[in-house]
Design a protein around this ligand. Structure first.
Ligand code: NAP
Length: 438
């Protein structure tokens, strides 16, 4: 008998879950990967920076999973909008939620909501061409980026590079134009703890030191570390690189990047929009970040808050507001419902971490779920509701249109289409939907 599983979300966690199911199930299995967007790959498409082409090539691996017999991609189908948890449990033997962590964490400081104070998630979505991203112009000179993780490093690098350096990537053409018109001169990246506590990885950090268009500097007293002995190689590497930047002589490059430490934001300043950021110097007290009572104000026309992602609750699925994840035991939520990826464990690790994470969830699932015959199909349910999913073939047509656009614009291999309408047009989906509605 065929085991039928719905995977909600087509990012790395969702697709690794589909792969684990095809590999671990002894008998026949059908996996439907449901996705609210018309496109698969989640953060690989809309989170990995456009110039990180080797990480983006993970999409080639994920593609092979979607092309495995028994696996189907169903785009434009949203849990809570087009169907409910009950619908899924009626149509499938089990459901695995893999919707990741789509929104930003907040700092809870005054001024956070001022115009010009932007979540890094929105900025990343914008330069990655996410259909729900707001539009940006970079008509600003001073930018403060809060946080010293890999997302902050991505954001800073994209802000610091020239548009020409990004031309061969798949960055949307309107984003490239905005970057070409950018007036950004000075970027401050701000960590609330020390150089040895920063979350970015060495490889990503080193790339900042190779920027052609920006001088990079740190301050010796802020990157000093008393004792390096118990630190990992990775952290010692970070500290070495950061300390070496404190002795660099600026080369009068068009942009300047200052990486700051031991400063925590206490207020984003401004009347009708962001004008600066007030920071308090910090120290650690028993591992806790505490303020010293010394303050510093940095002028900023734009504040990008890169203090981590968080998951959002799914309608009808348990959620812990404390951990911002779905409570689970080795991936099990409750009878026939499972979770994998960032929604299961929080926004940590590299993309590959989701592979072992998904495999664990699938092991849990297979230990208790059995196939049941004569379930209704999701296709009939969606058709009855007038929902036409975006198929894998439709997605291939979107990809082909992106390759064609790159040739037309004389840019790299692909240029991302922006907006649902352009994507649907690529496979005649707009007319299909009109026909369905008519
Ligand atoms: P992250 O690694 O958790 O970094 C968040 C940063 O925000 C930390 O420096 C944190 O400082 C700081 N922060 C948190 N709350 C703050 C507050 N209230 N005030 C000031 N600073 C605050 O998160 P991320 O950068 O969003 O990355 C998410 C995951 O994606 C990570 O696993 C990352 O490695 C991965 N990623 C990888 C790549 C890559 O491999 N190239 C690229 C992008 C993302 P504390 O440490 O003091 O809390």
């Amino acid at each position: 008998m065929t085991l039928r599983v719905a995977v909600v979300g087509s990012g790395p966690a969702g697709i690794y879950t589909a792969e684990a199911l095809t590999k671990q199930v002894a008998g026949p299995v059908e996996v439907d990967v449901l996705e609210r967007l018309p496109t698969p790959y989640g953060l690989v498409r809309y989170g990995v920076a456009p110039d990180h082409t080797s990480i983006k090539s993970i999409a080639n691996y994920l593609r092979r999973v979607l092309e495995t017999p028994g696996v189907r991609f169903l785009g434009g189908v949203e849990l809570g909008e087009h169907l409910s948890v009950e619908d899924l449990l009626t149509c499938y033997d089990a459901v695995v939620y893999c919707t990741g962590a789509m929104v930003d964490r907040t700092m809870g400081i005054p001024g956070e909501d001022l115009p010009g104070s932007i979540a890094a998630t929105d900025f990343v979505n914008w330069y990655c061409g996410h259909p729900d991203a707001p539009d940006f112009t970079l008509d600003v000179a001073e930018v403060a980026v809060i946080g010293v993780g890999n997302v902050a490093v991505d954001v800073v690098r994209i802000l610091a590079k020239t548009a020409e350096e990004l031309r061969a990537t798949d960055i949307p053409d309107q984003v490239l134009t905005a970057l070409a018109e950018s007036r950004v001169q000075r970027i401050h990246m701000i960590g609330r703890r020390g150089a040895a506590h920063a979350k970015f990885t060495l490889k990503e950090l080193r790339e900042l030191g190779e920027l052609l268009n920006a001088d990079i500097l740190t301050f010796p007293d802020e990157v000093a570390v008393e004792d390096l002995t118990d630190l990992s190689r990775q952290i010692r590497g970070n500290v070495d690189v950061l300390q070496s930047w404190s002795t660099r002589t600026p080369q009068d490059r068009p942009r300047r990047l200052e990486v700051r430490f031991w400063l925590r934001p206490v207020e984003i300043l401004g009347v009708s929009r962001v004008e600066g950021i007030r920071l308090e110097r910090t120290r650690l007290d028993g591992g806790r970040v505490v303020g010293t009572g010394e303050f510093e104000t940095i002028p900023a026309d734009l504040v990008l808050r890169s203090v981590g992602y968080r998951s959002v609750p799914l309608p009808g699925v348990p959620f812990s507001e404390q951990s911002m994840t779905v409570p689970n035991e080795a991936g099990r939520i409750r009878d026939r419902e499972y979770v994998a990826g960032w929604l299961k464990r929080g926004p940590t690790g590299v993309i590959g971490t989701n592979k072992s994470d998904a495999a664990e969830t699938v092991r849990t699932l297979l230990a208790e779920v059995t196939a049941e015959p004569s379930r209704p199909t999701l296709d009939a349910l969606l058709a009855a509701r007038g929902v036409t999913p975006v198929t894998y073939q439709d997605w291939l047509a979107i990809e082909a249109a992106e390759e064609k656009l790159a040739r037309t614009l004389d840019r790299g291999e692909k240029v991302k289409l922006v907006g649902r309408a352009a994507m649907l047009d690529a496979f005649g989906g707009s007319s299909q939907r009109q026909a369905d509605q008519g």
